[in-house]
Write a protein that binds this ligand. Structure first.
Ligand code: HEM
Ligand SMILES: CC(C)=CCC/C(C)=C/CC/C(C)=C/COP(=O)(O)OP(=O)(O)O
Length: 320
């Protein structure tokens, strides 16, 4: 980027590049945040497989496809709305809109179009409850989190995290048409997992968020406070993850998995707390502990839900 362009207002920079760069299929896929979708879809599928009753293979495949589509569509609307801040953050500057490869209006039409398609398809293929929670999740992520909370409060992801916690409930609703305690507990697990997941990343992406003027926790309250919050939420997460065991909704396979993973996540949080830091809590070690904690968070959620599924499969096999 030339010096003149780098100094131009953000909207100018985006428009300047949009006039000059070609679009590929990869850009349209990137607009959906595909790697995030993979874990979202997995938690939705886990909710579906944990549910009692029968769902045809066709319905199951369509429901999972709809969660995938909806999550991607909400991500595209998020990238459309955030095109100004994505253009100033190093982590996001090469995304399709700030990179000038997809014009902003097309990105918006794409996100809204896919949202409508996913909800209608879910309704036709499964039921109104699943479609209703799906549309609420899209609204929560694209409007409540992205357009309101993200730019207004350091608690943005605590409240906004609810959007990403709905998929297990959607999967369960698609399979049964009603709600139960287990999918609500699964919602709670993803809900309390989100703060340590995101704040670990925000510790080392803090400068980016500060530059963009986004009030993420380490920007507003500092790194030390964020480290303690990560630790606190991993303790709550361990407690919530053991609720299915206390309610006798699952057996020892899940309980052991939840204990081992929960203690592992707490150990990561302790490392984050104890990492060598300056007087403001800023890492002197390149945020190594926070990077490990972020990566662990992804493995944690995947493996915990694998434990839930394995436990369920074992109980079916034993005829319980
Ligand atoms: C409001 C809640 C959430 C926030 C603010 C958040 C934030 C983030 C951010 C900023 C990244 C880095 C993305 C990048 O560099 O492109 C990320 C990565 C990721 N998030 Fe989250 N996240 C949230 C919820 C979730 C949920 C609910 C899931 C899945 C269940 C999830 C799964 C992932 C995955 C799999 C990655 C890694 C993507 C990669 O490897 O590029 N996140 N998250
Ligand atoms: C079914 C359905 C609609 C599910 C939604 C799933 C969901 C809420 C995922 C959140 C994932 C995510 C990367 C949020 C970060 O947004 P950000 O804008 O803070 O991160 P960024 O700075 O990387 O853009």
């Amino acid at each position: 980027m030339s010096d003149t362009l780098a100094n131009a207002p953000i909207a100018e920079r985006v428009r300047f590049k949009a006039d000059r760069v070609g679009t590929t299929a990869k850009d349209w896929v990137q607009l959906l945040k595909p790697r995030v979708i993979s874990l979202v879809v997995f938690t939705g599928a886990a909710g579906m497989f944990m549910a009692p009753g029968h769902i045809s293979l066709f319905q199951a495949v369509v429901a999972i496809f709809c969660i995938c589509l909806a999550s991607g569509a909400a991500g595209a609307i998020n990238m459309w709305f955030d095109r100004d801040i994505d253009a100033v953050m190093q982590r996001t500057i090469t995304r399709p809109i700030p990179g000038g490869r997809i014009p902003e209006q097309e990105a918006l039409a794409y996100g809204v179009g896919l949202s409508c398609l996913s909800v209608c398809l879910m309704w036709v293929a499964t039921n109104a409850l699943a479609a209703g929670i799906l549309v609420f999740s899209i609204f929560f992520y694209a409007v409540i989190y992205t357009m309101w909370l993200k730019r207004s409060t350091p608690q943005n992801i605590v409240i906004g995290g609810a959007a990403g916690a709905f998929p297990p409930m959607i999967g369960w609703a698609a399979a049964t048409g009603h709600m139960a305690i287990l999918p609500v507990v699964m919602f709670g697990i993803v809900f309390f997992w989100t703060p340590p997941h995101f704040w670990s990343l925000s510790l080392y992406a803090c400068k980016d968020y500060g530059r963009a003027g986004i009030p993420m926790l380490p920007v507003v309250k500092g790194a030390r406070h964020t480290r303690w919050q990560i630790f606190g939420y991993t303790l709550v997460l361990l407690a919530i993850s053991l609720v299915p065991s206390f309610l006798h909704l699952c057996g020892w396979v899940y309980t052991t998995t939840a204990l081992v993973l929960g203690l592992g996540f707490i150990a990561c949080a302790v490392r984050v707390l104890r990492e060598e830091q300056d007087a403001n809590g800023v890492s002197l070690k390149g945020d190594k502990a926070a990077r490990i904690s972020f990566r662990f968070s992804l493995a944690y959620l995947f493996l915990l839900f694998c434990g839930l599924l394995a436990d369920h499969a074992l109980q079916i096999w034993l005829g319980a």
